[in-house]
Design a protein. Structure first.
Length: 258
């Protein structure tokens, strides 16, 4: 993946090439790699699956124009997984990595809470991501958060194929990214997700749930949309993880005995 400064504007110019605009400087990068090779390496039997452990899904075929909401920072786990992610996200198709067959075209935009931090420090941080299978995996630099705080996730469509993606901490610092790409014209699938790689047992997960609150979706004409969330779990649950829908605006994801 490629890390870009927070506040960058990513513009797709074809053939996997992108322009990164940041601090009044434009940089052309050719052939930025997607995540397909990584996903293929991780194709495993369902009995060995890690990845999306619990999540909710909502489909709005006309396309979502905005997805806002908070997600809380849970206690740090006793042991450190390879990476644990908590996020709200929008996708062009309903595809769950590793379990489902690869779609011909895929993207996800997402503000993401992660553990551990990029350098392996036992702590939480936030980044914003734009991921495809075929041509690009882009993430912002991280900002730091603490257990008990909450992250504000913001995905807002700002043009025909333009999206603003941000994760904001309680201090108002944002890990933000703007992306312009034709494939982002319709994002009909919304998610609230727990994803983990290297969660060997329950000690690699928090002991208290994470709370998704004030979830608010708009259509592409800025009209409110009331989501009907569907809950799903991994084919190989590690600690009986589950996503519980409390209302259209609230979802709890439970970890080990939380």
């Amino acid at each position: 993946s490629l890390t870009v400064p927070s506040g960058s504007h990513i513009i797709e110019v074809g053939n996997g090439d992108i322009i990164i605009s940041s601090d009044n400087t434009e940089t052309l990068l050719k052939g930025v790699q997607g995540c397909k090779d990584y996903i293929r390496k991780r194709h495993v039997a369902q009995s060995d699956y890690d990845g999306w452990l619990a999540y909710t899904t909502f489909n709005y075929p006309q396309g979502i124009g905005q997805f806002l909401g908070y997600f809380s920072v849970p206690p740090s786990p006793q042991n450190t997984p390879d990476r644990l992610y908590i996020f709200t996200g929008l996708q062009n198709v309903d595809w769950i990595p590793i379990v489902d067959p690869e779609p011909p075209i895929f993207d996800i935009i997402q503000p993401v809470l992660q553990y551990p931090q990029d350098d392996g420090t036992a702590g939480w941080s936030v980044k914003s991501w734009y991921v495809t299978l075929d041509s690009r995996v882009l993430q912002t630099s991280e900002i730091f958060v603490n257990p008990g705080e909450r992250v504000f996730g913001n995905m807002t469509k700002t043009g025909a194929s333009d999206w603003y993606i941000a994760g904001v901490n309680v201090g108002g610092n944002a890990a933000a990214l703007t992306v312009t790409d034709d494939r982002l014209s319709i994002q009909p699938w919304a998610y609230n997700t727990l994803e983990c790689y290297g969660c060997v047992d329950c000690t690699y997960e928090p002991t208290s749930p994470t709370h998704f609150t004030a979830l608010a979706l708009m259509d592409q004409s800025n009209n409110p949309v009331s989501p009907v969330w569907t809950s799903s779990v991994s084919p190989n649950p590690i600690c009986n993880e589950k996503a519980v829908v409390l209302s259209p605006a609230a979802v709890d994801i439970y970890f080990n005995n939380s």
